[in-house]
Design a protein around this ligand. Structure first.
Ligand code: G16
Length: 513
């Protein structure tokens, strides 16, 4: 390592004095102007990680659903999964190191993680459409270069596309070609095959309205559209040409506010969906003939996909883990087929190597016609699903294919089960780390008395539950409540948010109903 060069370049990306950040639910996230040094240092860390695992590593510059002024960065591990938890700690140490400690921290990481400095390093970089992203990704490149790493800058891509590229590269093309054309071709080929097998194939047009959150999804869907089968017609809204990223639109807005995004003209019973800012989440919705809005969130997406796969496979057990797809992904890897979705629309399906091999073999050589056809459908599903991470484009195509194959309308899908009324709220506190949780974030351990208070409030309402946890991406505490009616749900959510405000050091004025 050339320590003089490190010193020189690091001084060009100075850390604001006293600033400490945490590698959170999806990497570092905060105001863009505080992130230059973090980007440079994540460039350094990506080189170390690449040398340690002797594979290509990804760095994505995005703050996904956060407001446009924020930004963030996360590392992508060799098979397209999130950075291994053991390295999150190194990321935090490196991001928070004072200038003069940087060299020592790097040496420490190399020792602890057995990094062979003589290995080559290759890093794939991608970024979202935020105004700050281009400059910040340049800082990542500075970090990579100063440690002698090579890089390939994909420029503007969705987060899941970058995960996909990393996986393709490290499987020597087995997972697909590490190019955007490779991604479009692989997904659209599988999608076209599935649509061909649907009862309405070649018949009526299938229309879908998509709110792109004024983000990268609009750009990438426009590029991909020519690859789609002719009967599938997509209409893009909030394409980023006029309004701000994630502002009053996008998957997070629609899920939290349970209302349509601004800028999408919705007619009764039309199938619509929203992506988030970096296109790794999706939620569906429609308005019925009376004008009532129906949200179809991640839970219902998981149900649709599970029911579809279950008909082709066996029984589906359910498990619960902490918030963050990084936790869900590892749980899902324990099964032959793992379906995971957060209610916010972030999720995917994983197939074990053994299951995939068996399905592909059956699709090719199966003696029984019915089983062979089922295996072919599954084989195309495997190719259509982005198994590296939740992917709004891929998930949308999976859903559209299933609806077509099963001949289901959006209303019939919605009617699979009825959600209890629910409400998500945010409360600002002086330090959100005072809230410590257990049992997959369903119970609060500290501050003392808060869980008892929540339990007492929940008892006042029928069919009720309420959970409280610190966000890993925003400086807030999240409240979730459900109960028998919307009125009771809102009252419960409000009372719980007041309890958080009073017992966990609320900032500013108390929450209003
Ligand atoms: C990220 C994570 C998701 C998580 C979300 C919100 O999503 O990947 O798993 O649900 O943050 O996390 P929290 O509620 O802790 O703030 P995204 O789409 O923002 O990258």
């Amino acid at each position: 390592m050339d320590s003089e060069a490190l010193k020189k370049y690091s001084a060009l990306h100075p850390k604001p004095p006293g600033l400490t950040l945490q590698y959170g639910t999806a990497g570092f996230r905060t105001k863009a102007e505080q992130l230059d040094h973090v980007m440079f240092r994540m460039g350094l860390l990506a080189v170390l990680r690449s040398k340690a695992v002797v594979s290509t590593i990804g760095v994505m510059v995005t703050a996904s659903h956060n407001p446009e002024e924020d930004n963030g960065v996360k590392l992508v591990d060799p098979l397209g999964e999130m950075l291994h938890p053991s390295w999150e700690e190194y990321a935090t140490q490196l991001a928070n190191a004072e200038e003069q400690e940087l060299q020592k921290i790097i040496t420490d990481i190399c020792q602890k993680a057995a990094v062979n400095q003589h290995k080559d390093a290759l890093v794939f970089i991608g970024r979202d459409t935020r105004p700050s992203s281009e400059k910040l990704s340049q800082s990542v490149i500075d970090g990579i270069s100063v440690l002698g790493g090579q890089y390939h800058d994909y420029g503007l891509v969705t987060t899941p596309q970058l995960h996909y590229m990393v996986c393709c590269q490290n499987t020597q093309g087995q997972y697909g070609k590490a190019t955007l054309e490779g991604y479009y071709e692989k997904l659209s080929k599988a999608f076209t095959e599935l649509i061909k097998q649907s009862p309405s194939a070649g018949g009526s047009q299938r229309r879908l309205k998509i709110d792109c959150a004024n983000g990268i999804g609009a750009l990438k869907l426009s590029e991909m559209e020519p690859y789609f089968p002719k009967e599938v017609i997509i209409h893009l809204f909030n394409d980023g040409t006029k309004e701000k990223l994630n502002h009053l639109c996008g998957a997070d807005f629609v899920k939290v506010h349970q209302k349509p995004p601004r800028g999408l003209d919705m007619k009764p019973n039309e199938r619509c969906c929203s992506f988030d800012g970096d296109a790794d989440r999706i939620v569906y919705y429609y308005k019925d003939a009376t004008g009532h809005f129906h949200l179809i969130d991640g839970d219902k997406i998981a149900t649709l996909i599970s029911i579809f796969l279950k008909e082709l496979l066996a029984k589906v057990p359910v498990h619960c883990v902490k918030t963050g797809v990084k936790h869900l992904h590892h749980k899902a890897q324990e099964f032959d087929v793992g379906v995971y979705f957060e209610a916010n629309g972030h999720g995917t399906v994983l197939f074990s190597k053994a299951a995939e091999t068996k399905i592909r073999q059956l699709a090719k050589e199966g003696k029984d016609d019915e089983k062979r056809e089922a295996a072919k459908v599954l084989e195309n599903m495997i190719d259509l699903i982005n198994q590296t991470v939740g992917d709004a484009i891929s998930d949308m195509l999976v859903i559209e294919a299933i609806l077509a194959l099963k001949g289901l309308t959006v209303q019939q899908w919605d009617a699979i089960y009825t959600d209890l009324p629910n409400r998500l709220l945010k409360v600002q506190v002086a330090d959100r780390r005072v809230i410590v949780t257990t049992d997959a974030e369903r119970r609060v351990v500290t501050p003392p008395g808060l869980q008892e208070k929540i339990d007492a409030l929940v008892k006042k309402y029928k069919l009720s539950r309420a959970f409280v946890r610190p966000s890993g991406t925003e400086d807030v505490v999240r409240i979730y409540a459900e109960a028998d009616t919307q009125e009771n749900t809102d009252a419960l959510a409000h009372e719980v948010s007041l309890a958080v405000y009073h017992l966990a050091g609320g900032k500013g004025a108390p929450p209003q109903p």
